[in-house]
Design a protein around this ligand. Structure first.
Ligand SMILES: Nc1ncnc2c1ncn2[C@@H]1O[C@H](COP(=O)(O)OP(=O)(O)OP(=O)(O)O)[C@@H](O)[C@H]1O
Ligand SMILES: [Mg+2]
Length: 505
């Protein structure tokens, strides 16, 4: 007699339905598991056996075969324990076969029958909802899975509790979504940064159009401080974006207490982080920092200090908004539409522009240091600003700059204009997403602007990418100013952020 139940296998952020079939047949007692299981899945047999033993349920003295179908899809992780146990319990008639066949479940079993939380409850719930099935997951993952909304989520704490629920002996209430993670009241505010008006303007434009920003300046001039204030001026995530970002965080096991955040993620990996940590991959092909920053900010402090490999690998994801991670037997794609904010000192000693403190190797020291950022990578920064040291006069002034909330309001208005403009173009929400053709339709400057752009392109030798990037930034500047058409001043400001003392063009 064959029983069946369902679980999922993860492919990037998608969860694919996997049928867990269990058959009992005459022969020597044996428990075999087939269907491309990895080591953790193979060990499920032992955990299931021990957990059933803890509930005083003996395995039948027959051949037990569990098949994970489709057989050619690799199965990874420890979340297969619960569906295997449920399918087996249905095969030995402890659970009703019909009820078990209508379930998608995931969870790791402890030897005493407890259910241990696993990553990926949110994408599993999305797959369960699409298949119109109930999801059973460990208690600690219930609040997270319940966010999907259109499928019932049952979250028992032990295998015993799951059995009692499914036999009707002690039903468990459907899980409710966790709390929305509250805004942190003491988030850093841009008004605390004194002076640095140009850098603040660059931050505002970057936030409004999702343009990548590079800040270069002496140590202690406030670059890290400015970057940390970026999330405070970005609008909250929309419902779809929040679900998308949370799905990635769920796969990485980063959702705490089932709470989903509407704040945009801010990821700041250290420059010594490995390629797998930044781009994704490694064991289980987990999403990397660039995917965890999806729909939010990726802050790379001390940018030239990152390994050359990591920096060069960023080039493709910056352009396409997704990254393909190679695994032993498959490729996994994760989205990574982030806003890159990078900060760097102008040279290794940091004081290139300050003759009294600069090292003896000036200017070669600066050329070597910035030279670590390759031309094509530099080309991807739409906005480049120099952040000079703050003067004592500036520091003595009261902190009376604009508050983050005021700037956030302007950014929100500009983003609204963009959303409306691109409403008919799927996948395009901000100017940075617009392709060359869309730019020609929506970001064509007026005659004077066009002339200025042509002159600049010739004089500084803008690349084709550079040309389009200037048009995108100019469109954002026009959106912030409320201009319907891109004007000469918008183009001029966009060019000024591209052609700075910071190398590249
Ligand atoms: N513009 C500023 N307004 C107010 N305080 C500032 C400013 N710039 C720097 N500071 C003070 O200096 C400290 C260091 O600033 P921050 O870490 O942002 O510098 P940095 O440019 O990132 O330096 P590094 O290149 O060494 O990383 C801040 O915590 C703050 O106390
Ligand atoms: Mg810093």
């Amino acid at each position: 007699m064959v029983s069946r139940s369902y679980t999922v296998a993860f492919e990037g952020i998608d969860a694919r339905l996997v049928e867990v079939q269990c058959a009992l047949s005459p022969g020597m007692p044996h428990f075999s598991l087939v269907g491309l299981p990895d080591k953790a899945v193979s060990e499920a047999k032992e955990r299931v056996r021990a957990a059933l033993n803890a509930l005083s349920i003996a395995l039948p003295s027959r051949r037990i075969t569990v098949n994970l179908s489709p057989a050619d899809l690799p199965k990874e992780g420890s979340h297969f324990d619960l569906p295997i146990a449920l399918s087996l319990l249905a095969a030995i008639d402890i659970l009703p076969k019909d009820a078990v066949a209508g379930l998608v479940s995931l969870g790791e079993l402890a030897l005493n029958g407890g259910l241990i939380p696993v990553t990926g409850a949110l994408p599993a719930a999305i797959a369960a909802a699409e298949a119109e099935r109930t999801l059973i997951c460990p208690e600690a993952s219930g609040a997270e899975a319940a966010w999907v909304g259109n499928t019932p989520v049952i979250a028992p704490d032990t295998l015993g509790a799951a059995i009692q629920h499914l036999t009707g002996a002690r039903p468990i209430e459907v899980s409710q979504p966790g709390q929305v993670v509250p805004d942190t009241a003491n988030a850093p505010d841009l008004s605390e940064v004194k002076g640095q008006e140009r850098a603040k303007r660059a931050l505002e434009i970057a936030a409004a159009g999702r343009h990548h920003l590079l800040m270069v300046g002496a140590p202690g001039s406030g670059k890290s401080m400015l970057a940390a204030r970026m999330p405070g001026i970005l609008p909250d995530l929309g419902p779809e974006e929040a679900l998308e970002t949370s799905t990635i965080h769920s796969l990485a096991g980063l959702i705490e207490q089932g709470g989903i955040s509407r704040k945009r993620p801010f990821r700041a990996p250290h420059h010594t982080a490995s390629m797998a940590a930044i781009v994704g991959g490694g064991k289980g092909a987990k999403p990397g920092e660039i995917s965890l920053a999806h729909n939010g900010v990726l802050f790379m402090d001390e940018f030239p200090e990152f390994s050359r490999n990591v920096l060069e690998t960023l080039r493709q994801p910056i352009e396409t908004g997704d990254v393909t991670v190679a695994r032993a037997n498959a490729h996994v794609k994760y989205p990574c539409r982030f806003l890159l904010v990078a900060a760097a000192n102008p040279c290794k000693c940091g004081y290139l522009a300050d003759a009294s403190r600069a090292c003896a190797r000036v200017p070669a020291c600066g050329e070597d240091y910035m030279g670590r950022i390759s031309g094509p990578l530099m080309d991807r920064f739409d906005l480049r600003v120099e952040v000079p040291p703050v003067t004592f006069q500036d520091l003595e002034l009261p902190a009376n700059g604009e508050h983050s909330s005021v700037i956030a309001d302007r950014v929100a208005v500009a983003r609204d204009r963009q959303r409306k403009r691109f409403s008919e173009f799927p996948g395009v929400t901000v100017n940075a997403d617009a392709s060359g053709k869309l730019l020609e339709t929506f970001a064509q400057p007026d005659a004077e602007g066009q002339e200025l752009l042509r002159q600049a392109a010739e004089r500084v030798g803008l690349s084709a990418r550079g040309y389009h990037r200037v048009m995108r930034v100019a469109r954002t500047i026009a959106d912030l100013a409320g201009h319907d058409e891109v004007e000469r001043t918008d183009i001029a400001e966009a060019i000024s952020f591209r052609v700075t003392g910071v190398t590249g063009s």
